[in-house]
Design a protein around this ligand. Structure first.
Ligand code: GLY
Length: 397
């Protein structure tokens, strides 16, 4: 009996020591996140001063270091306003809010664009955050119109939203498209029209069937026959080759199935997100700092460029996935995200104030096969990084 009580006391003491250690680690990361977010606020207030009115920040030209912008119809247009909304939410700085309002209004014109699948990226990240934060009904109208435009690209014979109107495929669908489903599930919750949600679920189910290999890595592009949904091609556009695991694509899939589980509570989406997370985290070529090379099968590893954007997207998704899982599994996802945020907040990836054309992160990759945006800052790396830092602060509690 005495032995049992001693054992019980020892367990209690070691349990509370582990708890204290965990919570002091969380405090440490929260204070790191605050420092990084303070820097991000200062960087974006500097950036504001040199973004021409007619365009939006995109990246840096790797040859001459100049600031590269994009028009509103480029897929990344919504990330700058989205990041401004997040930074306003953090800082309550009215200067950021005014710039966020102006830049969200600028992107709004794309709500009628039926020529791209990227409306979720462009409008849910901008107007979606604007509506979440301000509750101004004008943003609701923008989002519902965008959801209707996106829905026109759904083909029931294929069971997917068409990604591109260009390229060699009859009906191309890319893994990135999972990210646009959030706009549709939101639209059903808000309008009570079930058709948006039905499209999102059908797209996610079709993608689950055809986009993944046995090891749960994903192809980048699936080419479908638009008349009967047959798979005609499995290719890459931005990865190393057709059979490789393009890092950002893996992160889009992870984030996409996590958000589909959040919005539907369908357990098959949770299982899929976990399979993808496990593929990434157990990958033998995942570097120690958990910021992936641009492709898990990139030539030249360990001397291949890293992709900080893939790390930022994965970190944000893993924090959320950790909330839908329990015990050791949940801790594994949380700890991996924590490590990614620590790495991204270190001088290896985080820009110094006033440098990097005022983007927050360095060292992302747009598309190596197109020799475009190699080892540069990218507006979406900043967006998902800031989102992940805010998520960490909110959920660590
Ligand atoms: N959605 C395009 C990309 O991830 O580069």
């Amino acid at each position: 009996m005495k032995k049992l009580s001693l054992l019980f006391c020892a367990l209690l003491v070691s349990g509370s020591a582990a708890y204290a250690q965990q919570s002091s680690k969380k405090q440490q990361i929260i204070s790191m996140a605050n420092k990084t977010l303070d820097l991000a606020v200062r960087q974006y207030k500097l950036m504001m001063q040199h973004v021409p009115d007619s365009v939006l920040p995109r990246t840096t030209n790797s040859k001459d270091g100049s600031f590269v912008t994009a028009k509103t119809d480029w897929w990344t247009a919504g990330f700058y306003p989205g990041t401004l909304w997040y930074l306003y939410e953090y800082s309550k700085d009215n200067v950021l809010k005014q710039e966020a309002i102006k830049r969200t209004a600028q992107v709004e014109v794309e709500k009628n664009n039926k020529g791209t699948h990227d409306l979720g990226f462009m409008l849910y990240c901008s107007a979606g955050n604007a509506y979440r934060i301000t509750k101004d009904p004008k943003y609701k109208e923008v989002l519902l119109t965008s959801a209707r435009s996106l829905s026109t690209r759904f083909n029931p014979k294929v069971g997917c939203i068409k990604s591109w109107d260009h390229g060699r495929w009859q009906f191309p669908v890319i893994i990135d498209n999972m990210m646009n489903l959030e706009l549709l599930t939101w639209a059903t919750r808000t309008s009570k029209d079930p058709s948006f949600d039905r499209i999102a679920r059908t797209h996610a189910n079709t993608t689950m069937k055809h986009h993944f290999r046995k090891d749960y890595s994903s192809f980048h592009v699936i080419g479908y026959d638009s008349t009967n949904g047959a798979v005609l091609a499995r290719n890459t556009a931005q990865g190393a080759n057709d059979t490789s695991a393009w890092s950002r694509g893996q992160a889009w899939g992870l984030y996409g199935y996590t958000l589909m589980y959040r919005d539907t509570k369908d357990k098959s989406y949770l299982a899929q997100a976990q399979h993808i997370a496990d593929y990434i985290l157990n990958h033998p070529r995942m570097p120690e700092d958990l910021i992936p090379y641009w492709d898990y099968d990139a030539p030249g590893i360990p001397n291949a460029p890293r992709d900080a954007s893939a790390g930022a997207v994965a970190a944000s998704a893993l924090l959320e996935l950790s909330r839908y899982t329990r015990g050791e599994t949940s801790a594994r996802y949380w700890n991996a995200a924590e490590k990614m945020l620590e790495s991204l907040s270190s001088p290896a990836y985080l820009a110094k104030e006033g440098e990097n054309n005022n983007f927050i992160l360095m060292h992302s990759v747009g598309s190596i096969p197109h020799n475009s945006e190699v080892d540069v800052p990218l507006t979406y790396a900043d967006y998902y990084f800031v989102e992940a830092l805010l998520r960490y602060k909110q959920w660590a509690k």
